[in-house]
Design a protein around this ligand. Sequence first.
Ligand code: HEM
Ligand SMILES: [Cu+2]
Length: 588
Amino acid sequence: MFGTYEYDDDGFRTCSVTGLDIHRSAEDMVKLFGVTAIVSLAFGGIFAIFVVLTRWEVVGLLSPGDFYTYLSMHAWLLLVFWMVFMEIAVLYVGGPFVLGRKLPWKRLSQAAYALMAGGAVTILTAIWLTEQPNQAPLLTSYVPLPSSEWFYLGAIVFLLGALVAALPFLATIWKEKRQNPHGTMPLVAFGAFITSIVAAEAIVGGLVTYIPTYLWRIGVFPALDAAWYRQMYWIMGHGTQQINLLAMITIWYFMTHVVGGAEVASEKVSRTAFVLYLFFINMGAAHHLMVDPGLSPAWKIWNTSYAAYGAVLASMIHAFAIPAGLEVGRRKRGKGGGVFGWLKTAPWSDPGFSSIVMSVILFGFLGGITGVMMGQMQLNMTWHNTLAVPGHFHATVVLGTTLAFMGLSYYVLRLVFGREWVLKPLAVIQPYLYAGAMSITVLMMMYIGILFGVPRRHPSVMDIPGTDFSFAAAKPLFFIFGIAALVAILGGALFVVVAVGTLLGGDKYEGALPVERPTAVADGGPASDANGTSSDGQSDGSDDDEEGMAHHMLSMRGTFILALVFFAVFVVMMALNWFLLSGLWKIG
Ligand code: HEM
Ligand SMILES: [Cu+2]
């Protein structure tokens, strides 16, 4: 499908850029899942236009009835189909590609794809045709709100499909381990493996939620406990966000290495961080139940303000390890120069690189910090159910995951489909346009939510019907929000245009190295990179182990400064939010 590469008799080929041995079976499925993901992104983006133009009161596009239908389509197309189809592709890259193996059970993988696609179409059709007494499900389909029975059925089929799609990946890991019991798995494969475990947990949670809900909807069960539903639902609802997070981080490691020349600063530390996720991340799900009456404050605070920090720690370790790996790797190649030379000389005009770096930074500053804050029970009271909540999660799933997936996709187009990007100048600016406009959008959503208390999921934007409440004071911010959001959608559309254009009309990719590697110095690498700023003098290419700890630390000094900036912002944001909370009620 759309590919330009040829395979040897065993179905393998060697990638000229990454050096990976790639088998056709895995490559075919990566293409299929990847293209489906991009189609979902395109449609989800179209629905974003309607959602934005309704929330922007100047336009007020949709009626309340339609708003929820469009918002549900937006949510399922993007947060579920764009993400999950891409994640299966990421598993097949992280497993068979990285380990140089065939994809076992290709037929099963195809069947899984059919289940997922069938489930997706069923879900979208059910949402689109929603009629009273059914309601558009939004992302959460909380009972006792009834949605079409086809919606729940579609969700079950989709989840089953995703579970089955992970099996060939797990079989790859199993075979690798059988053949190579004492070898260590490459970090990217290890990350993909942890991702798959978290995914399996989330999917099983989803089935435990949706099967009884379906039975309730068709009348087998007279009622479902709403509190039970919420707790069960969020095993999947939160769990899938952890899949997004883990897949994103795995891509960070993969792409900074392939495009930026990064190395893993410490394998042990990075692996430990992945394992921390495995133990602690699911407890974070409790942050969705922060105002639920049936649960004790002790339970909520234990889960969200203690246990969840085990996972926050893991994220911070990765957020340090990625730039550190980039810094160490680039300095070794003579791309250092002062404190930030390794950043200045980085390939910023390569959309595969720029989207990944912005994903790291924006996920951390905008998504991560706000997530920790709103996950605290006290601060949650100022965020809960306001527009600030979608502000936060667009910072994670859009600025973080979506940008990372876009970055990976640019290289899937080159290295898997074998095609050079069309409209290159547009491809170069696309990540900046998308990330820049989306950053403004999420900041506006957060301000509007926290400072004015404007609710989320509400088509009537300036008031709360039935009360005297007016949100008119938020109008100027809504104006900035509306413009920025439309520009962001344009940025997303550019990505789709470049991707589809490349698939249909891109030239054969000739495989120039995006960054010169020690093993590949002989054949030159791109000339523009080779005479960047001067070396900082520590880069003789020798092994770090002999150079001692102090040297190693020195080679990460730029990252260390960046980390200090991050912590400073963290502290200021925390203090600010507590200050705002203290202003809510005047005591005494
Ligand atoms: C330029 C891109 C995008 C813009 C401008 C945008 C804008 C919005 C807006 C304004 C809302 C409505 C908030 C409300 O009324 O409560 C929303 C909801 C949502 N968006 Fe996006 N969005 C974009 C991309 C994405 C992406 C890429 C994802 C997922 C990866 C996503 C996932 C969601 C979800 C899950 C909801 C909430 C649905 C619910 O409340 O059940 N969005 N978006
Ligand atoms: Cu969550």
